[in-house]
Design a protein around this ligand. Structure first.
Ligand SMILES: NC(=O)c1ccc[n+]([C@@H]2O[C@H](COP(=O)([O-])OP(=O)(O)OC[C@H]3O[C@@H](n4cnc5c(N)ncnc54)[C@H](OP(=O)(O)O)[C@@H]3O)[C@@H](O)[C@H]2O)c1
Length: 299
């Protein structure tokens, strides 16, 4: 029954047995002095999952926001990510993140991109190192207790196959965090991950800053008919596909509205309609990286 659905309390069980809250707060592009308040507001509104990354330069403020909220650390899921120029320094990377966050552990640590970038020249990929070697280092982390679960981000099917088929891969990633919204639905990749027992978290789930989806007529009409905001409908689409969603906002009213997801749902027909929108766009491409990571193998 739709009225019984409690998406804000729901968790998805990972292949490690850990439970990741279905709805989290994203923090990319949250400006300094904004993100601390946003994290606090989200936790006070009931969020229990915060997504950050070394590359966002805001782990310190995220940690402060968590403390400000007064919500016990043990009740919060914190994800952070290893930055590309740190692939040869995994241990140093997590130490740096934990120090900035002022925490003893993170719940999930992800390889941010399958790109082992030379820190001395960001246009170069290491000739002697790739994400397979990075994963070998990542696999050592859970034993320390400082990282509860490990995963990847921005892995398409080709790179995921390469990783899973390598004899050194002993731990299947618990999560693949990827761009997912109705204009980038990647059904093949989502199905592939499901088959391998890898949970997908949907990033840019609203279509990110200045989202073209905000003008999509089908979405607008559906939201109006349901008495919901377009953002709520997009989040519900992500949740009903079995992915966790991490909408970013630094606006208190939007942070609250994006969490009003209990007691309603999209019908099969509405899900189908959103999954069939013809437009395509990707917020995060790979042109800025020294190596290609997307191969169009997800549709
Ligand atoms: N792994 C990766 O490589 C990767 C890449 C991209 C993102 N991410 C993660 O995923 C998170 C979400 O993705 P994202 O930040 O790209 O974009 P998003 O969450 O899809 O969209 C964020 C944008 O939507 C606005 N917004 C939020 N709620 C709204 C509402 N109810 N109505 C209208 N506008 C609303 C926000 O504005 P205000 O903030 O001004 O309210 C912001 O401009 C990131 O923050 C990050 O944590 C990960």
């Amino acid at each position: 029954m739709a009225q019984d659905l409690q998406w804000t309390k729901k968790t998805f069980t990972l292949n490690t047995g850990a439970k990741i809250p279905a709805v989290g707060l994203g923090t990319w592009q949250s400006k300094p002095n904004e993100v601390r308040e946003a994290v606090k507001a989200a936790l006070l509104a009931g969020y229990r999952h915060i997504d950050t990354a070394l590359a966002y330069g805001n782990e310190n403020e995220v940690g402060q926001g968590i403390k400000d909220s007064g919500v016990p650390r043990s009740e919060i899921w914190v994800t952070t990510k290893l930055d590309n120029p740190w692939h040869k320094r995994v241990e140093e990377g997590i130490t740096s993140s934990l120090k900035s966050l002022d925490m003893d552990y993170v719940d999930l640590y992800l390889i941010h991109w399958p790109s082992s970038t030379d820190p001395d020249d960001l246009k170069k990929h290491y000739p002697d190192w790739d994400f397979i070697k990075t994963w070998q280092e990542m696999q050592k982390l859970p034993a320390s207790g400082r990282v509860k679960n490990i995963g990847v981000s921005n892995f398409g099917i080709r790179n995921m196959e390469k990783l899973l088929n390598d004899p050194s891969c002993k731990t299947t990633p618990a999560v693949n965090q990827i761009e997912l919204h109705p204009n980038c639905p990647s059904p093949k990749l989502v199905d592939y991950c499901k088959e391998k027992g890898i949970h997908c978290t949907a990033y840019s789930c609203l279509g990110s800053t200045n989202s073209p989806l905000a003008k999509d007529a089908t979405l607008m009409k559906m939201a109006e008919n349901k008495g919901k905001t377009p953002a709520q409908v997009l989040l519900m689409w992500g949740l009903q596909r079995g992915t966790s969603v991490i909408p970013k906002s630094v606006t208190a009213s939007r942070i609250e509205a994006n969490f009003q997801l209990d007691g309603w749902s999209l019908t099969d027909e509405e899900m189908k309609q959103l999954s069939s929108l013809p437009d395509r766009f990707k917020v995060c491409g790979d042109a800025w990286l020294p190596v290609k990571v997307f191969f169009g193998d997800d549709e």
